[in-house]
Design a protein around this ligand. Structure first.
Ligand SMILES: [Zn+2]
Length: 294
């Protein structure tokens, strides 16, 4: 066999390997999530999540799911929903899966959703789950807020006394997980971001407009903005409303009713407070509606 044939074989191998690898990637991650979280069944995870193209430090793929616009409707706005930014906040991952189940059944095209149930797979999917990623960085302090270089380390040293759970990293976006989410925000341009955490049992909010007073059983309690936090970066500095849902317990799920009540209130708030794109478009004429494919 000459070199050219060998090269051809190599290419064939490379191309045929990728779909299989992709499938294995999703299955493996879902299996690990289902093994870790009693409230997430394997089938709940492996139901349309795709590889985002990004991986954690330990090469675990970050999965996501898009609920795109439907043919008959221009979505009112784009919403990004993220769980598991902190790996030891189990309920923040599980609850996002429950809301995905709702979207799987009822996505109506009112919003264009992108959902990331677990941004920090390394933090969750190890024997003893931890808040930070595998580099020991708190991803929620790694976003590129203004003056990050001056403020983030100073804050960490002076205010948290070098608490390893709040370590912001060496540089903004030093971590693949935060870097990828940053890129997704740039590209998707969400009109609102919903970040799920635990265990403070409150609702936090950054950015415009007026926050919801409550979502379900969680009441507004502004926790403040930190150097490098997602709320500070996206909400305060870039005017994208960031709704932070702080569930009351990291290891205990809210009741079914509570989960669904938060969701209903959230959707109601988004309906009232995010742009209605259809109003920005010229109204369709009768001729447009009758036009066949051109
Ligand atoms: Zn958190």
């Amino acid at each position: 066999m000459n070199l050219k044939n060998l090269y051809g074989l190599f290419l064939l191998g490379a191309f045929s390997a990728s779909p299989a690898m992709a499938e294995t990637g999703i299955e493996q991650v879902c299996q690990r999530i289902a093994n870790k979280l009693a409230s997430v069944k394997y089938a709940e995870c492996d139901s349309g999540l795709v590889l985002s193209g990004a991986s954690s430090i330990k090469h675990t793929p970050i999965l996501m799911k898009e609920y795109p616009p439907v043919a008959t409707r221009v979505p009112q706005s784009r919403v990004l929903l993220v769980g598991g930014i902190h790996g030891d906040e189990y309920s923040s991952v599980s609850v996002v899966f429950k809301w995905m189940k709702t979207l799987n059944q009822h996505h109506s095209g009112l919003f264009h959703w992108k959902v990331v149930p677990l941004l920090n797979p390394d933090g969750l999917l190890q024997r003893k789950s931890m808040r930070m990623n595998a580099n020991g960085v708190d991803l929620n302090r790694n976003f590129p807020t203004r003056n990050w270089v001056e403020e983030a380390e100073h804050y960490w040293v002076k205010r948290t006394h070098r608490n390893p759970r709040r370590y912001p990293g060496k540089l903004p976006l030093s971590e693949p997980e935060s870097r990828w989410l940053y890129g997704l925000i740039e590209e998707f341009k969400p009109d609102a971001i919903v970040a799920v955490h635990a265990p403070y049992g409150v609702l936090d909010f950054d950015g415009p407009p007026r926050p919801p007073k409550r979502l379900g059983h969680l009441y507004l309690n502004l926790l403040g903005a930190y150097p490098g936090s997602l709320g500070n970066y996206a909400g305060v500095e870039n005017n994208i409303p960031v709704i932070t849902i702080e569930l009351p317990h990291a290891g205990i799920m809210p009741s079914k009713q509570q989960i669904s009540h938060i969701w209903t209130d959230l959707v109601r708030w988004l309906k009232k407070n995010t742009p209605r794109r259809e109003q920005l478009l010229a109204p369709a004429t009768a001729a447009d509606n009758q036009a066949g494919p051109s």
